[in-house]
Ligand binder design. Structure first.
Ligand code: SF4
Length: 159
């Protein structure tokens, strides 16, 4: 049995910017719940941001660039939410470290949780390769992060 940090929205928690969720119907995902302990976590809500909230995207890079100070996270009201998102990322890492969590399933395309693809900061729906800032920080610290679309890859690594 492993503990797996999971984006709360993937578990049906209504924490997305629009007040909705991203509940996963894939039976392979549900099967994980029978064997492993899934720990729900939303970095953005943990950081103190409200739900609903304005959508935000990373400008000038991805989550790795946010961590290094070379990119910012801006919402559609032009508020700079970089510090909020970094706080959420640090809290996610703290949760993993407190509970000896080595694996995470995080929601693809999010500026916090994306692990393969994010939006490009133009708010035009344009997707680019990249990771969110929580994913970047977790990976920097050895946590193995997968998207909800990569369950098969995760399963091969689980005890
Ligand atoms: Fe889901 Fe992550 Fe966005 Fe929270 S920050 S709503 S967990 S994708």
């Amino acid at each position: 049995m492993a503990k797996i940090l999971v984006s709360a929205c993937l578990l049906g928690h209504e924490v997305r910017y629009d007040g909705g969720d991203l509940a996963v119907g894939d039976p392979r995902f549900r099967a994980l719940q029978d064997i492993h302990q899934l720990v729900p976590f939303c970095p953005e809500v943990a950081s103190g941001l409200p739900t609903p909230r304005a959508p935000a995207e990373i400008t000038n890079g991805d989550g790795r660039a946010v961590l290094s100070g070379h990119a910012r996270i801006i919402d559609t009201d032009r508020h700079d939410l970089t510090e909020n998102f970094l706080t959420g990322a640090r809290l996610a890492l703290a949760q993993c470290q407190a509970e000896q969590i080595e694996f995470a399933i995080l929601a693809e395309k999010s500026p916090s949780c994306g692990s393969n693809v994010i939006y490009d900061g133009s708010f035009t729906g344009t997707r680019v390769p990249g990771v969110g800032c929580t994913t970047a920080l977790l990976r920097e610290n050895g946590i193995k992060v997968f998207s909800q679309n990569d369950i098969d890859d995760l399963v091969t690594m689980l005890p």
